[in-house]
Design a protein around this ligand. Structure first.
Ligand code: FES
Length: 140
């Protein structure tokens, strides 16, 4: 049912943890399954993501998705991180079962919420980035 990559990232998740004084933090949740994902970004003065960590309270696919998403955005610019969609996360994981697609969507939303937080804190606009949904507020 799950690809080897999903199993690997679930059993050995990369970048688990938190970043103190992060440049941006994004928390999102899915109301149906109750899973919660939080992503911390450390972004340097050139807009490059030099570190990223996550905490996920959720299913195995959500853990694997957040692990893969953090790997995909690490070392990238903010604009490049905008390309890390749930589709990109799923492709990098060699696919997810249809009922688990929303888990990868949570990863995309968490990254964007963290980017939004960074943009607000630093007073910049990131092209194509929209304000995260009400879900973020629900978790605080
Ligand atoms: Fe909801 Fe995986 S079942 S995030």
């Amino acid at each position: 049912m799950y690809s080897e990559k999903v199993m690997d990232h679930f059993q050995n998740p990369r970048n688990v943890g938190e970043i103190e004084n992060a440049s941006g933090v994004g928390t999102v949740g899915n109301a149906k399954c109750g899973d919660i994902m939080r992503i911390f970004l450390d972004i340097d003065e050139n807009g490059v993501i030099r570190d990223v960590k996550f905490r996920t309270f959720g299913c195995g696919a959500a853990v694997a998705s957040s692990s893969m998403a953090t790997e995909l955005v690490k070392g990238k610019t903010v604009q490049e991180a905008m390309q890390v969609t749930n589709r990109a996360v799923m492709e990098a994981l060699d696919g997810l079962p249809p009922v688990k697609v929303h888990c990868s969507l949570l990863a995309e939303e968490a990254i964007r919420a963290a980017l939004w937080d960074y943009a607000e804190k630093s007073g910049i606009t990131i092209e194509g980035l929209e304000r995260p949904g009400a879900m973020e507020d629900m978790q605080e």
